[in-house]
Design a protein around this ligand. Structure first.
Ligand SMILES: *Cc1c(COP(=O)(O)O)cnc(C)c1O
Length: 343
């Protein structure tokens, strides 16, 4: 892969905005360089534009290098930046699986990039070959998601690696739900693949959807491209502080994950026994895709009773299916009690 070749010409030529905190990063007695208000510390100061302290903490937690990390305002930010850095509007295209997470399509549409979709097979698996066949010389990115949303399954690692090794553009592997599939992440192998971008997030297993913090892991050359085009202070001070604090509580995260995996299993078993449930698809994530007779009717019934799930019945290969997040034991019981009222 030739990264320079992949980057849009205007981005290659871009002279990035240089902020006060880019130009001077050390300690000082008096800071008079950023037109900040001297009062109301610490909120009066701009945050670290490159989130150095937080990246060091994450690099230890993830056993990678700090310069392999980009942090964004949710995963949506690196998704959008990938389009803006690599895809020429009206000319380039991306390839992805179908069904999958809706943001790839939306980010593509905003950037006027064609999306070429390859349907998953009946078990929601994919073949590298089928994705590669859809590519042409204008295909810059391939998006895959494992465990996939909304189907919940991990994608086959051998196929993923084949895809990464064969494709000459970037492969984006969205691992938002990877904590719920222990041992399956490709992150430990990141350094082997210079065209791999792995997305993870603090929104799911870490329980921090509210602070908006997404991660992209890639080789430092790709990270530099993100840094060049991002908003200068894309991660605010409160988010950086809170994340630093909560990363120290990894034990809590691990407990939540363990409990949610147990609850997933229990919920799967109990839902499978309901006569109007056709199938509960196997899940490696914190949600279940459940095929039912009259999914829309059941969705409406649940809404009337104050229980909100996601109706996916209009999504390709998800006919008559609801996507149900695994909640706390109490929440799951409330759901099951309501569904049992239909018997
Ligand atoms: C929830 C989710 C994310 C996380 O998005 P954030 O913007 O980080 O909250 C990313 N990818 C997929 C597939 C998801 O389902």
């Amino acid at each position: 892969m030739d990264l320079q070749q992949l980057i849009r010409k205007n981005i290659q030529a871009l002279k990035p905005y240089s902020s006060a905190r880019d130009e001077y990063t050390g300690e000082a007695m008096v800071f008079l360089d950023a037109n900040e208000n001297p009062f109301n510390a610490p909120y009066n100061r701009y945050p670290d534009p490159l989130q150095r302290e937080l990246k060091v903490a994450i690099s230890k937690q993830k056993s990678c290098e700090a310069d392999q990390i980009f942090l964004g305002n949710g995963s949506d930010e690196p998704i959008d930046l990938l389009f803006r850095a690599f895809c020429e509007p009206g000319k380039d295209n991306i390839v992805t699986i179908d069904p999958t997470y809706g943001m790839y399509q939306v980010a593509a549409d905003i950037n006027n990039i064609e999306v070429r979709k390859v349907k998953l097979n009946d078990n929601y698996g994919f073949s590298a070959e089928a994705l590669l066949e859809k590519t042409d010389k204008h295909t810059k990115l391939i998006f895959v998601c494992s465990p996939n949303n909304p189907t919940g399954n991990l994608l086959d690692n051998k196929e993923l690696i084949k895809l990464i090794q064969t494709f000459e553009g970037l492969v984006i592997l969205d691992e938002a739900y990877i904590d719920f599939a222990p041992g399956a992440s490709l992150l430990p192998k990141l350094s082997h693949y210079e065209n791999l971008v792995i997305l993870q997030t603090f929104s799911k297993a870490w329980g921090m959807a509210g602070i908006r913090l997404g991660m992209a892991f890639a080789n430092p050359e790709i990270i530099r491209v993100f840094n060049k085009i991002k908003y200068p202070y894309n991660i605010n001070m409160l988010t950086q502080q809170k994340a630093l604090e909560l990363i120290e509580q990894e034990a809590d995260k691990n407990q939540w994950v363990e409990l949610l995996i147990q609850e997933r299993k229990a919920l799967e078993e109990k839902l499978s026994k309901l006569p109007f449930v056709v199938k509960v698809f196997p899940s490696d994530a914190n949600f279940l895709l459940v095929k039912m007779y009259d999914a829309r009717g059941i969705y409406d019934f649940l809404v009337e009773n104050g229980i909100i799930v996601r109706d996916r019945s209009k999504v390709v290969l998800c006919d008559d299916s609801l996507r149900i997040t695994v909640g706390s034991p109490e929440e799951n019981q409330i759901l099951l009690d309501k569904l049992n009222e239909l018997l």
